[in-house]
Design a protein around this ligand. Structure first.
Ligand SMILES: *[C@@H]1O[C@H](CO)[C@@H](O)[C@H](O)[C@H]1NC(C)=O
Ligand SMILES: *[C@@H]1O[C@H](CO)[C@@H](O)[C@H](O)[C@H]1NC(C)=O
Length: 204
């Protein structure tokens, strides 16, 4: 069976139409935000304990007004390629709606061109991996219109590592569970004793 060329063209146009009208491509965004974070290259930071301070500002090399549509900034923690390898669920997809590079939100703020910073304690549920920080500028429709990141375009420089909660914390968690169980048992015991006392008193 021969597929008419016209049909193929229509299909191609349709898929382009779908791609452009139903989502923003990362490759279409300009790198107009300058984003820095206080970690050093290859630093290892402990989840639940240690902090990074992220700063972001508009790169003034771009013409004034480039940022006129920017309404909010969303700062995210993103997986470096080495921590995406063999993990489909962290895959980078150009269509941002499907992109899994940056699943961890750090903060969202109204957009201002300068003097932005946020100190973030790495949350306890952040998995051990190699990361960088990326900020997206969003317009009034909540669509990404620009970005900036703490690493280079290849996502290879200035990365840092998060070390997830360790055995020590698990030990603490186990201790607190035991303690709660103990409180419940002793409370039950207390009520039982009180009831018995009550009965004994009635019998007298
Ligand atoms: C600002 O943008 C220009 C043009 O893209 C770039 O060459 C420059 O490195 C950027 N500045 C910083 C500090 O990232
Ligand atoms: C930047 O923010 C700090 C604290 O919010 C403030 O003290 C300082 O004056 C601000 N600087 C500029 C240039 O806006």
């Amino acid at each position: 069976m021969k597929i008419p060329a016209g049909f193929l063209v229509v299909c191609l146009m349709f898929s382009c139409f779908v791609a452009t009208s139903y989502g923003v491509l990362f490759s279409s965004l300009k790198d107009t935000l300058i984003v820095t974070a206080t970690h050093t290259q290859d630093q290892v930071l402990k989840a639940g304990e240690e902090q990074i301070t992220v700063t972001w500002r508009f790169n003034q090399t771009y013409p004034a007004g480039t940022d006129s549509a920017y309404k909010t900034v969303k700062v995210k923690l993103c997986y470096a390629p080495i921590s995406q390898k063999d993990r489909k669920w962290r895959k980078t997809v150009d269509l941002l709606k499907k992109d899994k590079t940056c699943p961890h939100k750090i903060v969202a703020r109204p957009y201002t061109a300068s003097n932005n910073s946020f100190t973030w304690t790495i949350e306890r549920d952040i998995p051990s991996a190699v990361y960088f920080v990326r900020a997206f500028a969003l317009n009034a429709q909540e669509e990404q219109v620009a970005y900036g990141q703490t690493t280079d375009a290849h996502k290879s420089s200035n990365l840092f590592t998060v070390q997830a909660i360790t055995g020590r914390h698990v030990g603490l968690d186990v201790a607190s569970i035991c303690f709660s169980a103990f409180s419940v048992v002793s409370l039950a015991g207390f009520f039982y004793m009180e009831k018995r006392k009550g009965k004994v008193a009635q019998q007298k």
